[in-house]
Design a protein around this ligand. Structure first.
Ligand code: PEP
Length: 251
């Protein structure tokens, strides 16, 4: 039985006092959970604050990006080992905003995925199609190519140490959510695809849904057999919403 995971992606939001208030409320809410796992992926400068507040709680933490390089003359970049210095468990890799705004292609994402594994971080690999791709029936081929770039580089077995987030680009930050049936269909496809190479890994693989998840739609999404939790953007900045989503995942 796969334990559900709800991971918040704060994106480029926060400041020290607001974070402290948000985290205190998230910690408080996490005390009521028994099975679901929780995490927050925060901007780099707040990792020390988050580590200070979340250690010895049920809430894990991580970052939103990392360099594909281990070290060197890469001004402005942050390595996986640096994230481990702050006891990160997770790192988001290949978020659509990184792919679209910073031109991270499938090969770069695969290298970042490998860099995360090399640093003993759990990559949350984001894959998903744009609206234009969905409308011409390319959803499955797009997610297959995004996944294959990673598995061709590091092998499908490595997915045992990773989490996948299916995030249709058209649903991120737009208020448009994939219907539970639309999301389930893609999640089932991803699991079947992984099972072709690694059936045991596929059964244990957590596939999160991301795209305008809120307390009001989490229940029907999380009820789907292949949806193992959520990657939550906007709603993770609101403690009551985030805690309510986590409680839904705990049922
Ligand atoms: C995200 O940033 O991964 C995301 C899913 O954002 P939102 O929940 O705001 O759509």
């Amino acid at each position: 039985m796969r334990a559900k995971l709800v991971a918040g992606n704060w994106k480029m939001h926060g400041c020290l006092p607001d974070n402290a208030k948000l985290l205190a409320e998230v910690i408080d809410g996490s005390n009521a959970l028994s099975r679901a796992q929780q995490a927050v992926c925060v901007p780099f400068p707040y990792l020390e604050q988050v580590r200070g507040m979340l250690r010895r709680t049920r809430v894990a933490w991580g970052a939103q990006n990392l360099s594909q390089h281990a070290k060197g003359a890469y001004t402005g970049e942050v390595s996986g080992a640096m994230l481990r210095d702050f006891d990160c468990t997770y790192v988001i890799v290949g978020h659509s905003e990184r792919r679209l705004l910073y031109e991270e292609d499938n090969d770069t994402v695969a290298l970042k995925f490998k860099a995360a594994l090399d640093a003993d971080l759990i990559p949350i690999l984001c894959i998903g199609e744009t609206l234009a791709q969905r409308e011409v029936g390319e959803t499955e081929s797009v997610v297959d190519a995004q996944l294959a770039a990673v598995t061709n580089r590091v092998g499908a077995k490595t997915l045992a140490s990773a989490v996948i987030a299916y995030e249709p680009v058209w649903a991120i930050g737009t208020g448009k959510t994939a219907t539970p049936e639309q999301a389930q269909a893609v999640h089932a496809h991803i699991r079947k695809r992984v099972a072709r190479d690694q059936s045991a890994v596929a059964q244990e693989l957590r596939i999160l849904y991301g795209g305008s998840v809120k307390a009001s739609n989490a229940e029907e999404l999380f009820a789907m057999p292949d949806i193992d939790g959520g990657l939550i953007g906007g709603a993770s900045l609101n403690a009551a919403e985030f805690v309510a989503i986590c409680k839904t995942a705990d049922r």
